[in-house]
Design a protein around this ligand. Structure first.
Ligand SMILES: Cc1cc2nc3c(=O)[nH]c(=O)nc-3n(C[C@H](O)[C@H](O)[C@H](O)COP(=O)(O)OP(=O)(O)OC[C@H]3O[C@@H](n4cnc5c(N)ncnc54)[C@H](O)[C@@H]3O)c2cc1C
Length: 427
């Protein structure tokens, strides 16, 4: 990763998890990439910047292997990818045993279709970001322009011109907005959004527990929203505890001992004693979906296009699919001698990604509304629904393939096919 040379094939605005992955994918295919971010990349590496961990579906992890990121994660981070081998979904109330009607996914049940892979991996965001940055640093095609603030973007007939506050000017055939849910590029391009709040916040922390989790991800639906216990490496788990904003604020103000007692009421004792080992975070939740994913010489990917509730752990995975599809469209356009920022390339991207993403955005919303309440008939219906899906093998298989990211039209990177040898880190 070098410092700014100012003419690029693609300028990616936002060097978060999705923007960095898109940069690696396009750079591996030989495109010259500029990444612009408001912040210095190394500032974004510690726990005080992002305490979240992400469930990365098996297909998304294949992409990480193809890009050389899984190797960097294993080497530099002492293998900080925890396999999710089973998922247990249940419905309950804090302080009470969950309903016996549960839904249980075991990767062994789709071992053949999934080539023996687990359903996915849990990785701490800051460790994922470190691995992405390390691989990007090895690429001669990636140029980091940060910290920098964009003041204007102007799409022209052959290129876009990007003006920076410090007076520099960049140009590129395509601008990729990966600048998160409040995307500046999206606003600048005049793309509107559909957005709606969910009156929930997600409390996030990491715990250590006495007994092994054996790779099981637990999703317990409580009346205030889902409470997830997600298996990290060792005897550690990432907690995503959804509450109303007021209850979340109160939980943030609890002492450590009080907070641990509240966690214990929801956990029960199946993991033995549980200790909080990381800072607490509270994320206000809402849905934001861009009305269009494209504007002249511009595409939106990741949270800039669709920011969703973490109920199904899909936001980052959707962004990775965007990145993989975009790289493939650009490769095809170049192979056919077409302009990579042309309306045709943009329309292909919108076609490929908008339908899938729209389905997931709405499925997550409906799922969250159905499960985050204590309305008697709904409670019984959803418990029966969980029990039913558990008993019907094809339905269970469908949800497992969805969870492992194996459905829909997968671009080569999500099938594990690299565009060239992954960049090797110098030892
Ligand atoms: C509690 C919680 C748990 C989650 N768990 C999961 C999970 O298990 N699995 C999963 O798949 N997803 C999960 N998600 C969703 C996932 O975290 C997001 O979808 C993902 O982080 C989005 O990444 P991004 O790169 O698109 O955006 P961001 O992470 O928001 O990155 C945006 C980047 O753009 C930069 N930027 C912003 N504005 C500008 C600007 N004007 N100019 C230049 N740069 C700019 C920022 O500095 C940042 O680097 C979870 C979300 C939450 C809230």
């Amino acid at each position: 990763m070098a410092n700014a040379k100012l003419n690029f094939d693609v300028v990616i605005v936002g060097g978060g998890l999705v923007g960095l992955t898109a940069a690696l994918a396009c750079a591996q295919a030989g495109f010259k990439i500029g990444i612009v971010d408001l912040k210095e990349p190394t500032l974004q590496l510690n726990e005080s910047f992002d305490g979240r961990s992400s469930a990365i579906a098996a297909a998304s992890f294949k992409m990480m292997r193809a890009l050389g990121v899984a190797d960097a994660l294993a080497e530099a981070n002492d293998n900080h990818a925890g396999a999710i081998t089973k998922i247990l979904v249940s419905d309950g109330e804090a302080g009470q045993a969950p309903s016996p009607l549960t839904l249980y996914f075991d990767s062994a049940q789709i071992a053949e279709a999934n080539e023996g892979e687990p359903l996915g991996y849990m990785v701490e965001n800051r460790r994922m970001r470190l691995a992405l940055i390390q691989v990007a640093e090895q690429s001669e095609h990636i140029h980091w322009i940060a910290p920098a603030r964009i003041t204007d973007i102007e799409a022209g007939p052959a290129q876009s011109k990007i003006a920076l506050e410090d007076g520099r000017a960049l140009s590129a055939a395509l601008v990729v907005a990966a600048d998160g849910r409040n995307s500046f590029v999206r606003k600048q391009a005049g793309i509107g959004v559909t957005e709606w709040p969910c009156n929930q916040s997600a409390l996030v922390t990491t715990v250590e527990h006495d007994l092994p989790h054996e790779g099981v991800a637990h999703e317990l639906f409580l009346p205030s929203g889902p409470f997830a216990i997600l298996p990290l490496t060792g005897n550690r788990a990432s907690i995503v505890w959804t509450e109303t904003p007021r209850a979340a604020e109160a939980a943030m103000a609890l002492s450590d001992a009080q907070f641990e007692a509240e966690l214990a009421r929801r956990f029960g004792d199946f993991l033995g004693e549980v200790k909080v080992i990381a800072p607490r975070w509270s994320y206000p939740l809402s849905f934001v979906h861009a009305k269009s994913y494209t504007a002249p010489r511009t595409v939106l990917i990741g949270d800039a296009a669709h920011a969703i509730h973490p109920i199904a752990g899909q936001g980052f995975n959707m962004g990775l699919r965007d990145a993989a599809a975009l790289a493939e469209i650009l490769v095809q356009a170049r192979a056919e001698g077409r302009d990579i920022g042309s309306e045709l390339a943009l329309a292909e991207f919108e076609d490929w990604r908008k339908f899938d993403n729209t389905l997931l955005v709405h499925a997550c919303d409906i799922f969250n509304r159905l499960f985050s309440n204590n309305i008697g008939p709904l409670k019984h219906a959803r418990r029966l629904g969980l029990g039913l899906v558990d008993k019907v093998a094809p339905a269970r298989g469908f949800f497992m393939r969805e969870a492992s990211g194996q459905t829909g039209e997968l671009p080569p990177l999500l099938r594990g096919q690299a565009y060239s040898e992954p960049t090797k880190r110098a030892s």
